[in-house]
Design a protein around this ligand. Structure first.
Ligand code: SF4
Length: 215
């Protein structure tokens, strides 16, 4: 995995390399049975070189806590490793140039479940055109990879702005332990309250630049 990280850090295959602060390779446990795949780094991820920091990252951590996990116990990566300017949608050619890095990460980690966060990761890994609002919460076999299930859910950033998406995201996360063959930890009231706070906080505060295509 370290050799792959070094390759990504030096990658200049597409124009996104020119404006990145850091390539964002991925983080967490490479031995995890559960992997999350998001879309692309945003502002904070680009600054820190770590996926899912900022408000969407905080929500992801609260959702993980809800099922008794920490971000160090799972692996988190994105389809694109470099930030698209102004958080625009990834371009098809960028995805095609970058996808081999994600595919190699999946091969190394060999997870039981890949939870795709939002439309771009879901469409890329399922190879199908159905959007996230139609397929979220429905496990499916990963094409060409026996033994790995895909589990599409809304992107946490989409849930920050829409309470109904947050409820759907929580309900989908509650299915993850059984999908992994584990006993589900009791969801804590604290996690529920904090997630509600996350929505309220965004309504009251200055929103982050919205990432497009999350629905
Ligand atoms: S987005 Fe992917 S392909 Fe493009 S420069 Fe970054 S690592 Fe390379």
């Amino acid at each position: 995995m370290e050799a792959l990280r070094i390759q990504v850090a030096g990658c200049r295959k597409c124009a996104l390399a020119e404006k990145r602060t850091n390539a964002v390779f991925g983080s967490g446990s490479a031995g995890s049975r559960l992997m999350f795949v998001g879309e692309a780094p945003g502002y904070h991820e680009d600054q820190q070189g770590v996926p899912f920091v900022g408000r969407a990252g905080n929500l992801l951590e609260k959702l993980l806590a809800r099922i008794g996990l920490t971000r160090g116990e799972v692996y988190i990566a994105n389809v694109l490793k470099c930030r698209p300017p102004d958080n625009r949608d990834p371009l098809i050619e960028e995805i095609q140039l970058c996808r081999t890095f994600l595919e190699e990460q999946v091969s190394i980690i060999s997870p039981l479940v890949i939870c795709t966060l939002g439309n771009f990761a879901t469409k890329l890994l399922t190879g199908r055109a159905e959007g996230i609002s139609r397929v979220h919460g429905q496990p499916q076999e990963m094409p060409d990879r026996e033994g790995t299930k895909l589990f599409p859910v809304y992107h946490p950033a989409a849930a920050l702005y829409t309470p109904a998406n947050l409820k759907a995201l929580e309900a989908d996360f509650d299915l993850l332990p059984s999908l992994l063959g584990e006993t589900k930890a009791q969801p804590s009231l604290e996690a529920d309250t904090k997630n509600d706070d996350a929505v309220i906080e965004l309504k009251q505060g200055q929103p982050e630049p919205e990432q497009l295509g999350l629905f």
